[in-house]
Design a protein. Structure first.
Length: 158
């Protein structure tokens, strides 16, 4: 647009700088008018092409947003690509009909109390209030055994 204005102002300057006849001035203005009309039609064609390209790109953006689900109102991190979510721990195995854990009828294994433990701890006082424990104040008792792992053996490097 600025080039068109510059051309028009240059031609008027040239026309006023050189005194010519009216016929020459009219011919020069008609030629300039014709060149400006050609430039305008070329600009209008480029603008029409630009509008078509914009319409195509907007249609493509709408399609991609629809496929991605960006207009769902969810946070972008929770939007995903609409693929089914599969737990990583499940792998390719089919789920079984049984509940997890020990099945009915399976014999259980547990650590039994040993008859002669290595260390016996007698509790003589309450660990909370430090009052002595007696048969009158006790509501019952429980026996427990704690199984400690043996200390690890040093590694032998061969």
């Amino acid at each position: 647009m600025q080039a068109i204005q510059a051309t028009a102002s240059d031609s008027l300057t040239e026309a006023s700088a050189y005194p010519t006849t009216e016929v020459e001035l009219i011919a020069r203005l008609q030629a300039e008018n014709a060149s400006l009309r050609e430039a305008l039609s070329a600009s209008q064609a480029a603008l029409t092409d630009a509008h078509e390209t914009i319409a195509q790109l907007r249609a493509r953006i709408d399609e991609l947003e629809r496929r991605l689900g960006l207009n769902s109102g969810n946070l972008p991190s929770s939007d995903g690509l609409k693929k089914p979510i599969r737990k990583r721990t499940m792998g390719l195995r089919e789920p079984s009909k049984r509940k997890p854990g020990g099945q009915p009828g399976h014999p259980g294994e547990t650590l039994r109390q040993v008859p002669d433990p290595t260390v016996v701890v007698e509790h003589c006082a309450c660990h909370t209030c430090a009052l002595p424990l007696s048969a009158e104040t006790s509501a019952g008792y429980q026996t427990r055994q704690v199984f400690d792992l043996p200390p690890p053996q040093p590694l032998e490097v061969t």
